[in-house]
Design a protein around this ligand. Structure first.
Ligand code: PHE
Length: 340
């Protein structure tokens, strides 16, 4: 027994020396002082000894136990101190007076961000996002939209003509025709994209801008559906529960009736500079798809009806973020872009 205890004592010292983490130290503690540890086993063996042997071996075991207990305690304190010192050492190299390097972080362009917001809203409402070409034919941009060659509405669309007779689309409505003829009914699409008008620029007009077009064609689509959709979408876009819409008659050749939709100002209750103290903001052009348009896409207007809704994407973003000049959108002014 004496030898065994001696050997364990040596083992204890070696193990304590080698323990450099609190996990390792805990393992040593369990090995010696645990319920099935060396000391517990020695105690078991002690019971078998003669009275005389017990007298000499007992105290030895006790000494070993005490050595193990104080050794573990000391080591644990040492480890804690070592940890603290290491932390302090690290902080010695952390110069709180050093100047900060400016991190250049990119952000989404206001266009990308607004279009993504709109896409998320319309996708959640069951619409597919579709695109159409920016170079269009007269047929898709005008003819199929109930705007024949001599129609006065063409005057409104100052068109960039290309020498081969094609044109830069003046609105996103040609995507209605492409989607209706290709996909048929029922149809629910959102078509965002670039549009072009040959006109002088000012704070609210640009020769290139973005439109978004919504088209829903099915059986029994009504003006109620149109107004509810407009309200739901505008509430989501302006992130407010308090937004009403109102309808005014408007004229667009490809819808009948044509409806202009205003939103109650999302920023005030009594009138502010954004709504020019009227409480209302003009935002959307819309209407029920004209029977001529449905027919030109091979759809029977006796069975199907639908609504179309169009808007300027910059206009929506300008109202939402308080931007006062449409030309900022592709002016590439970094100070403007950094705000988004
Ligand atoms: N395309 C029309 C325009 O640019 C907007 C619009 C779209 C109006 C859909 C009604 C319905 O003026």
């Amino acid at each position: 027994m004496h030898d065994i205890i001696k050997k364990l004592e040596q083992e204890l010292h070696a193990a304590l020396q080698q323990a450099t983490s609190s996990d390792a130290l805990e393992a040593v503690r369990i090995a010696f002082l645990g319920r099935n540890g060396h000391i517990a086993k020695l105690m078991q063996q002690l019971k078998e000894l003669s009275l005389e042997d017990k007298r000499t071996v007992g105290p030895e075991i006790n000494r070993l136990k005490q050595e193990a207990e104080t050794g573990c305690l000391q080591k644990s304190e040492e480890l804690t101190h070592a940890n603290i010192r290491a932390e302090q050492e690290k902080q010695r190299f952390f110069d709180v007076t050093a100047s900060v390097r400016k991190e250049l972080t990119g952000s989404l362009h206001i266009y990308t961000r607004t279009i993504e917001d709109l896409e998320n809203i319309f996708i959640s409402m069951g619409y597919d996002v579709v695109e159409g070409p920016e170079i269009e034919t007269d047929f898709y941009n005008f003819e199929a939209l109930n705007i024949p060659a001599d129609h006065p509405a063409r005057e409104e669309h100052d068109t960039f003509w290309i020498s081969d007779g094609r044109l830069l689309r003046t609105h996103t409505s040609p995507v209605q025709i492409r989607a209706l003829t290709q996909r048929g009914t029922p149809l629910a699409i959102f078509a965002p994209g670039r549009t072009f008008r040959h006109e002088a620029t000012d704070a609210s007009h640009d020769f290139m801008f973005m439109q978004g077009e919504l088209l829903y064609v099915d059986k029994q689509v009504s003006i109620s559906n149109l107004l509810a959709t407009a309200q739901t979408f505008l509430k989501a876009f302006f992130q407010t529960d308090h937004l009403n819409v109102r309808a005014r008659p408007g004229y667009f050749p490809f819808v009948e009736p044509g409806i202009e939709i205003d939103a109650s100002c999302p920023f005030c209750t009594g009138g502010c500079s954004i709504c020019k103290r009227t409480g209302w903001i003009e935002l959307l052009g819309s209407g029920l798809v004209h029977p001529h348009v449905l027919r030109s896409c091979g759809i029977d207007p006796e069975i199907y009806s639908g609504f179309a809704l169009g808007f300027g994407i910059e206009r929506l973003a300008m109202v939402k973020y308080g931007i006062n000049d449409i030309r900022l959108f592709h002016g590439n002014n970094i100070e403007f872009l950094e705000q988004f």
